[in-house]
Design a protein around this ligand. Structure first.
Ligand code: GRF
Length: 197
């Protein structure tokens, strides 16, 4: 059976990207990672992708006169690789309505909170400040409004006495690494079923 061609967009460490690459080494997994694209030239994740023989591209916004020009270049790179589905994994740039609509239903993100709680940045510190007993992560479709798209899968972790933003982030990150490959599998299987129908 054919596999869905996936690009992963990163800006940094790339630990979630690495779990997607690892999951896709199983030929039975419904997605293959055909491109890792970074908007930051020094992103450590690029080295991980190259070591796994995945094609990489760097497109930094600096060279472009507008957000639209930057995104059109990203979009062209995705099309050049016949990408069918895009995974954001620590991609630290807001995407315009134009891009979100162009990839609607084919653009997913992992966010470190139990959405709709704690959209945006600094989720772990905010969860601790709010005194919640559980926190977690969500994989969701991307829409123009930040962290507001339909949730595909979530995983919860406990908040424990003495947690700092760092200890909580580490617990959530472990859950993210388990969650993202499962969520990608669901979305890719669904796209494949629809393509073959
Ligand atoms: C993760 O916590 C993810 O949820 C958030 O950014 C972080 C990226 O980490 N969107 P990594 O680059 O995948 O290691």
């Amino acid at each position: 059976m054919s596999r869905i061609r996936v690009a992963v967009l990163i800006s940094g460490r790339g630990s979630n990207m690495a779990t997607l690459i690892r999951a896709a080494t199983d030929p039975a997994y419904p997605a293959e990672i055909v491109l890792v694209l970074s908007n930051v030239a020094e992103a450590p994740g690029l080295g991980i992708a190259r070591a796994a023989d995945i094609e990489t591209a760097t497109i930094t916004p600096r060279g472009f006169s507008s957000r639209e020009d930057f995104e059109r270049t990203v979009d062209a790179e995705l099309r050049r690789h016949d990408v069918e589905l895009v995974c954001l994994a620590g991609f630290m740039r807001l995407l315009s309505p134009w891009f979100c609509e162009r990839w609607a239903g084919r653009l997913i993100n992992i966010h470190p909170s139990l959405l709709p709680e704690f959209r945006g940045l600094d989720t772990h510190a905010r969860a601790l400040a709010a005194g919640v007993g559980r926190h977690g992560c969500s994989v969701h479709f991307v829409v123009p409004e930040v962290d507001a798209g339909e949730v595909i899968l979530q995983a919860a972790v406990p908040v424990v006495d003495g947690d700092t933003p760092e200890t909580l982030a580490a617990r959530v990150l472990d859950a993210e690494h388990d969650l993202y490959p499962k969520a990608l599998s669901i979305v890719a299987s669904d796209l494949r079923t629809r393509a073959e129908a």
